[in-house]
Structures are given as C-alpha cells and as structure tokens.
Write a new protein. Sequence first.
Lengths: 418, 418
Amino acid sequence: MNVDSDRLRADIEANAEFGKIDVAEGRGRTVLTGTDANRQAREYFVERLKDAGLDVRIDAVGNVAGRWTPESADPDAAPVAAGSHLDSVPEGGIFDGPLGVYAALESVRAMQDADLEPDRPIDVVSFTEEEGQQFAGGLLGSSVAVGDRTVEEALALEDDDGTTLESALESMGFRGEGRLDASEWDAWFELHVEQSERLVDADVPVGVVTAITGITHCDAVIRGEADHAGATPMDDRTDALAAASEFVLDVERAANEVVAGFSDTAVGTVGKLNVRPNATNVVPGQVETGVDIRDVNYDSMNELVQRARRSLARLERERGVETEFKRPFDLEPSPMTDRARKAAHDAGERAGIETMDLHSGAAHDTQRIAGVTDAALLFAPSKDGISHNPKEWTDWDDCAAAARVMGGAIADLAGAER
Amino acid sequence: MNVDSDRLRADIEANAEFGKIDVAEGRGRTVLTGTDANRQAREYFVERLKDAGLDVRIDAVGNVAGRWTPESADPDAAPVAAGSHLDSVPEGGIFDGPLGVYAALESVRAMQDADLEPDRPIDVVSFTEEEGQQFAGGLLGSSVAVGDRTVEEALALEDDDGTTLESALESMGFRGEGRLDASEWDAWFELHVEQSERLVDADVPVGVVTAITGITHCDAVIRGEADHAGATPMDDRTDALAAASEFVLDVERAANEVVAGFSDTAVGTVGKLNVRPNATNVVPGQVETGVDIRDVNYDSMNELVQRARRSLARLERERGVETEFKRPFDLEPSPMTDRARKAAHDAGERAGIETMDLHSGAAHDTQRIAGVTDAALLFAPSKDGISHNPKEWTDWDDCAAAARVMGGAIADLAGAER
C-alpha cells in the first residue's frame, strides 16, 4: 500500500483555512472549541469521513469517530484506531493535530485503494480540545474516552466567560450521544509533528516515541494593592507585577537548575500572565499566571512544583503580597507499548523508510489512551523545531512518509494482508 | 458663602452609578471614553449645569463647559474657570475626577445661593479622557484646550481596536463644535483627591499644590519566539516573558536607586503588560509593556528613561530578544501660579479651614492649563492614600471643606463681594 501525498496535503490545506490568521511569515490558525472555525473544521472532517465510506459517530463530548468495517472484517472485533485533534492554540500552526487526523483517514483510504482486507474495523478519530485552551488543562476529549473524567463532569466544565463545554458543543451542533470508549480498541496510533529538532538533526523522517513526558499545570495568583502610579511613593507599594516577575524568573531558574543537575529533559514555563487592572498609570493590584511543568521523570516535576511554591512563600515574606497556588492538571509520564511501537518500526522497514526512537516532550491524547490499550505515537520532523506558532512547518514529503509508516502499522495490527 | 454638602454628595453619588462595578469592598466604576457609562455621566452633568442656569457648550473633542454669566459680570471679561474630568481608569474609584467637576459646579451654586456678584463669568468644566486609557497617554481634552494638540489630531487618535476618538464621541452624542480655549481664562482651579497620605498624616483637610510632577509614558515591546512549552528544551528558548520580567524588575530597581540617591519624589512603574499568545502551554513570543515615570525633577525622569533603555539593550545581548522602545507621552514638571495658590490659602483662612502646601505626584489637566493661564490645584485627603481602586475614599466632610475653599478662591478672583 501507499498513501496519496496530494490527497493528504489537500485535506490539511483545506483544514488550514478554518480560523486562518494573517501573518507575515508561515501559516497560522486559531481554532478554539465552540468557535465558527472549530465548527467548520469538524464539518469538513465529517464530510471527508463520509466520502471515504466511513460510519460517523459524534459522542456526547464532541469526539468524532469514523469507522471503516470492510467485508473482510469481523464487525465485532476490537478495532484498531488512529487519529489526533483539530483544535489549536491561539495563533498556532496548521500541522499540530490535523496531520494526525488526516494521516489516519489517509491510512484507511490507502488500504481501500490497495484492496487490503483487514480482519478488524478501523476507527479514524478526532478528539475534542486537546490543547486545553478553554475548558480543561488539555486532553479533554481523550480524558472522557478513557474514563478519567465522566461525560457529565466534562460537559459542566466552564471557560473563563462561564460558558460550559456543553453549550459550546451545542452551539456548533457537535453535542452527540454516548461515549467513545478507547478501552474497546485493540490498539491506537497517533501521528504528530515532533515540535523539536531531533528528527531534523538526525535526518530521519519518522520518530517512534518511547515515552511521553508527564505534564503539570499550576495556577498561581499574586495579590498586591492597585494604586496610583504617580501618587504612590516607591516604598509604599505592593506591586503584584513586580512580585510576579520574580516568580517568572524563579520558575525559569529552577528548571535550568534541574536540567543542569539531574534531569536534562525537564522544562518549566510561565506561558500565561494576566495583569489587573493593566493600565500604564496604575500600580498592578493582581496578577494571574499559568505554569507548565514537564519531564519524563515524575520526581523532577514534583521538585519544580515545590520550587514554585517556595518562590511564592518567599514573595509573601519579602514583598507583602498574598498568593494562591493550585495544581489543577497533572499527568504522570507515560511509556508507549512495545507491540504498537514494533508495528511502526516494522512498517518503516517494509516501506524502506528510516525510523528512530525518541521521547515526547509534548503531551498528546495518546498519553491518556496508553492507560487503557496498546498505543504508539509517531513523529514527523518539525522545521527548526517550531510549533504552537504560524512558523510551524513539516515538509509534505515527510507528512506522507510518516503517514505511510502509520498506515502500514495499522494494517499490520488490523490483520490485513501486506 | 457656604457650600451645600448634601447637594455635592448627591451629585457625586449619582455619578458613581455610571459604570458601577461590583466589588467586595469600597465603591468602584469603569468609565472609559465612548462607553455607555461615559455617555450617562456626561448627560447627567449637562443636566445639572442646566439646572443651575449655566449655558452649556460641548467642543469638538467632547470637552463640556457650563458658563455662569450673572448680571453683575461683564460678559466679555476673561472667565474664572474650574473643573476636572468624569472618566476613570478601569476599576477606579468614585472621587477621582468627579469631585473636582461637581465641586466646581457646587462653587457656582453656592455663590448663587449667597447672592454673590462676581465681575467675571465663571466656567465649570469637564475635560475629555484625563486618564488616558484609550486614545492618548492622558490629559487629552486639556491638551486641545491649551493648543498642545489640534482638534484634528485629537479626533484622529485611535484606541487599540482602531476606533477613532471622533467616532467614540459621535457614538455618545458628544462630538460638538469649536475648541474650548483655556488661554482665554483669567484663572483656573481644580480640586482633586490627593491620592497619597500626606493630608491624612498631617490631619489637614485641604492641600494647595506647589508643583505637579512631570510624567513620561514609555511603550516597550519585547519579542522572543513563541514555541511549544513541552517540546522546547530550556536552552533552546527565547522566552519574551522571562525577558520582560527582568525589565519590570530593572525599572523598579532603577526607581528605588534614584529615590535613594538624588530625588526622593521619583517613581517608576510597569503598570501594563500583555503577553502573546498568553497560553499556559506556549513559551511567550511577545510581551508589550507600558511604563510610567514621574518626578518633580525632569533630570531624574530622563535618568529613569535611560535606565529602561539600557535594560532592554542588555536583554537583547543576554537573551537574544528583539526590543522596541517609544516615549509617546512626556510632560515636564509644572509649578503652580502664586496668585491662584494665594487665593486658595486666603479662602481657607477666611473660612477657618486649614490648608497646607504639598506637591502632586499625579498628573492632572491643571498641568496643561498652567502653561497658558494662572492655575492652582487643590487636594482633598485620601483615606490610606489609595486611588485608582474601588477602595479610594474621601470623607464627605472633607469634600465639602475643600469645595468651600475652592469656591472662596474662585469668588475672590472673579471679583465677587465676599
């Protein structure tokens, strides 16, 4: 079997139009759950699934799955599934998510074109809100599919404006029924852009992930006293932004020290910071921050959380601010499954496409799925390692090569004649 | 003459309803140019001017003036004018601005009640957008009234959304004609809350300002590289927020050093900071900051601007970010006029109300007006020195005492029998 590179590219480029943003360099999009852009991306995907003859199902939290049950397959056999997500970060790139969704669909179309006869049905999946911009810390749809969160809990999640996930899904026409159950799958594959430079540096087109880092999101709030920037002497201030600036630098320093000390895969980031009231002539009264901590080593993640807490305690003592700290999202590191990884390496070898092992510094829905069934995560090379940015780029040839490896692995585990 | 404390309070409390915000402690409002709240506040003020028999004029940039021309006055004589502004910072207090506007009106009503017969007309004024939240760095309406900015320049100013001042004024029905000309006034008075604690500490109800600090607003932009917070190793980042955090602390440190060194009235604040894309799981790619620098000493202001520039140059070298720096707003320190100040001290003495000299750390429209006519600025005590905050508070008795001093000074310079 071979994949149709042009067909895969056409789908990714069509999807890139939804939520497209104007940028000087690269191609960007903003696709947040409940927006018109998200509705358009979902509707286009459903049409492509139907065009390929798949049976489409929308579950209660908006996960979309298309099932191919060829005549050769036992319709009651556990399916092999593959996919990713269609949402993006604000001002993100065009490959992060859509590549995996459309490579999964292309895998099925390639099997159909090659008249392969799998024993098992194949599911092509797009999970709701992987990026976690609005309703949860990330991996929302897959958390329901693996039973880590109930449908009711998920639907009741609210964004910053108090809109529930349920009403966001209803507004798009994507609040379906029931629950996609990942534990019923025989195996799961996800193809994603690498988001770092190891494949480019090694000149290898496909990566097979050994383990995905754990991920913790923390919310830290720092409260000072809003006051007039002109009339308040320097020694009479409790400036929440000055305190928050020390916090940002403490988080960065702690991560650098852990990297230098005992775990060179650790990262710590303050990615979000909102100032109130945020006017040039007012001493900031409150700052809210969002912290992201990750590693393949859970001990070093906990160490970074502790250092962030200690930074806040110090700022309370030294600057008189009040602070709050929460850890609303936490996932331990996840090793991938040998059987699924081997199927990917074997498929690469059969196709004459080189593969290599690496770990994933980014979280993916596969991190959840690996807890309930055999799972593998494949990477395609990222130009300059850039992602979550309009400059994110993967060459179309690399997209096709990685899709071909994933298609071969899916066909293998679905019992298709090679 | 005496002022009617209840009438003054009723006006300030009625005005406090426009743009009112819900807060646990204090009384807050958000009144930005062009909003419904701003329109309501302006319409209420116009009605109160008309109720007192004043002739109302709206100029092309939305400045509102009511003129009282009693039979005793030469209608062609240069008027004595007084007033302040009705706009607020986001989540500001109820006295900053409205106290001066309604104390000016109350001064006229008190003169009417006492059958005083001034030789000159008296203007009661509210200037457009003193706080500078949207269309300029501050003191917008008064900048046109003194000729520092033309009507055309002012009307073409745009807010962050690209709305012009002209369309904001038109949407409220407050885009009038002509230009209020402050140079035609014989003298100008403004009453304002002190916004620091010197009057409270001295237990004196009225302050007479000797000089207003200069004020500089700078915009600094720091550009790094937006990237995935999980997949980008610590040593491969150009984090715009980490760089901006150093900048915030550098500005604070520079101000503290100038205070300790040669000018203890200097202040430096980063009050505004916006992160892009501002998502927990994305390394920040760009940060925009707004810096406020003030002192009664212009040299120390320039020193702080230089230190901010040097901080950015260091961050370019050490962190590889790109930076931009602008100084879009700059006013040198302004001494007040002896003649107008003396009228205020004299009025206090006649009324048996203690007054004291102090400087103003906050900018006020009077800073502009002092460039074209004799001007004085009076302060009423601020509880705990807090302003630009719903906890801003001035006791009603202090409001009335300060209004009485201002009314006496206006009557004096307008040539009324005492």
